[in-house]
Structure formats: structure tokens, C-alpha cells
Ligand binder design. Structure first.
Ligand code: NAD
Length: 260
């Protein structure tokens, strides 16, 4: 389905991003992986993905908090594959603290990585998508783009911002064969959430399984984590011809969380 297309997926060395990269690679797209981690481990992820799927896979070490690095990532992609057809803005970080104690540097980092990076990447890839008359922008937002939780000021503000950016991008590209949507997952059991389970267990002095049942899944009426493969399938649908009329949407996949 994605033969001949090239996709950048930011923050794809683990979790949701890696799952989306896998689904796109299986569909025939050229893949640009991005994210942090041990260099040897990342090379293994890259080589395994290429071998499993027969896709061409390259890696960009770009730091999403740095606009110049984002520019470099897009240039590297264009040099390797000719163009960016699909841009998945997925890289994200979290920090949990009451507003009065929220460190300024964490606020700045969350806004830069979770929100501003999507603006910079969108700005850089749009001209070529317009030239081709085809493009897909997928912003991995969160249920926290639609509703709030205490102690997540930076994350909730950034994710609500991502939704705003998604809508503006969709309106500005609606006649050009380009769509832009936000996927809004509930809790997914990735390294980002494993870290939160540890932090909350320590903060509340309760065991990890209590954090999972009483804190995290308490929000999710279906009482289970969202699967990475479910999110990857949604992202793939958005890239399909049948997804062409879906634009400017916030698409929750949250087991009913935001229905409450
Ligand atoms: P994860 O920690 O497994 O993956 C995050 C990725 O972002 C990693 O590859 C990491 O290296 C990369 N990254 C972090 N900082 C970066 C930077 N400065 N530059 C480039 N890459 C950077 O987390 P995940 O759960 O897969 O999260 C992916 C996205 O999904 C995030 O935007 C997150 O907010 C969102 N999300 C996650 C959940 C969840 O429950 N896991 C729920 C809703 C939304």
C-alpha cells in the first residue's frame, strides 16, 4: 500500500513510534527511524526492521528539541529517498509534578519536544507534499490532548497545542491531497508509561500493580492498555486511500476514557 512512499517517524526507537514504523515498513514504505538510545541497540533495531520487512530503513539521531536538527533530519531523508511523503510527529517526553514545583526546564523541554518539533517538521515537509499533491501528517497526541489530569501541566498543555496545530494544518492543506490528523491514545504500556508506574509507585508508596489498576486503568473503562499494534493500524488507515477524507480530526483510541 505504501510502496514508493517515504515516512519519517520521530521517536521511533521504542514504543508507539517503533510500532508505526514496523507497520509502514511492512506496507512497503521507506522508513526514517529517529530517537535516542544506545547506538548499537539502535543499529540492531534498524537492521532487524529492514531484514524483517525488506524495507529500506535509515536512522536519524536528530534531537527534536532542536529546530536545526529537525532540518538536518528532513535533508537526510530527502537525500536518501527523494522526499518525505508521510510525517509522523511522535517523539514525546513526560514529567509529573504540581505546577508550583514544575521545573521550568522540564516545561521548556516538553513544549519543545512534544509540540514545537511538530510545527518545525510540518513546516519543512509541506512544500514537497504540496508539489506532489499527496501527503500525510500524523501527530501522535494523547487523551491528554482532550482532557487534563493533575500534575501534568507541561504534557497536557503541549498535547492540547498539538491538536490546535493539527486543525490549522488540516485547514491549510485541505484542497491539496494532504491530510493531517491527531491520534489520541489512552495508556499504552511503553517505556514512557513504565517509568510513570515506577514514579507513581514511589510517590504514593503503593505497589506497581496497584498503580496500574487504581491510577492508570482507573481512567480507561475497558480496563486494559491500548496495544501499540492497534495504534499502528490506525496510522496505516490514515495513510490509505480510504483515509483521504479524514483530516483535522482528533482520533481517540483510549478504551472510552474521553467519553466520560
Ligand atoms: P517511548 O518513551 O517508548 O518513546 C518515546 C520516543 O521518543 C523514544 O524513541 C525516545 O528516544 C524519543 N525521544 C525522546 N526525546 C526525544 C528527542 N528530544 N528527540 C528525538 N526523540 C526523542 O514513549 P511512547 O509511549 O511510545 O510515546 C510516543 C508518543 O506517544 C509520545 O508523544 C507520547 O506522548 C504519546 N503517548 C503515549 C502514551 C502511552 O501511554 N505510552 C499515551 C498517549 C500518548
Amino acid at each position: 500500500m505504501l510502496q514508493g512512499k517515504t515516512a519519517i517517524i520521530t521517536g521511533s526507537t521504542s514504543g508507539i513510534g517503533l510500532g508505526i514504523a514496523e507497520a509502514f515498513a511492512r506496507s512497503g514504505a521507506n522508513i526514517v527511524l529517529n530517537g535516542f538510545g544506545d547506538a548499537m541497540q539502535i543499529e540492531k533495531i534498524r537492521a532487524d526492521l529492514a531484514a524483517r520487512t525488506n524495507a529500506r530503513v535509515v536512522y536519524s539521531p536528530a534531537d527534536m528539541s532542536k529546530p536545526k536538527a529537525i532540518e538536518q533530519m528532513v535533508r537526510q531523508t530527502t537525500d536518501a529517498f527523494g522526499a518525505v511523503d508521510i510525517m509522523v510527529n511522535n517523539a514525546g517526553i513526560q514529567h509529573v509534578a504540581p505546577i508550583e514545583e514544575f521545573p521550568e526546564e522540564k516545561w521548556e523541554a516538553i513544549l519543545a519536544i512534544n509540540l514545537s518539533s511538530a510545527f518545525h517538521a510540518t513546516k519543512l515537509v509541506l512544500p514537497n507534499m504540496r508539489r506532489k499533491g499527496w501527503g500525510r501528517l500524523i501527530n501522535v497526541a494523547s487523551a491528554h490532548a482532550l482532557v487534563a489530569s493533575p500534575y501534568k501541566a507541561g504534557y497536557v498543555a503541549a498535547k492540547h497545542g498539538v491538536l490546535g496545530l493539527t486543525k490549522v494544518t488540516a485547514l491549510e492543506t485541505a484542497e491539496d491531497g494532504i491530510t493531517c490528523n491527531a491520534i489520541c491514545p489512552g495508556y499504552v504500556r511503553t517505556p514512557l508509561v513504565e517509568q510513570q508506574i515506577d514514579d507513581q509507585a514511589r510517590a504514593h508508596g503503593i505497589p506497581r500493580d496497584k498503580v496500574i489498576s487504581d491510577v492508570l486503568l482507573q481512567r480507561q473503562p475497558n480496563k486494559r492498555f491500548v496495544e501499540v499494534a492497534e495504534l499502528a493500524a490506525l496510522a496505516l488507515f490514515l495513510c490509505s486511500d480510504n483515509g483521504a477524507s479524514v483530516t483535522g480530526a482528533a482520533l481517540p483510541m483510549d478504551g472510552g476514557w474521553t467519553a466520560q
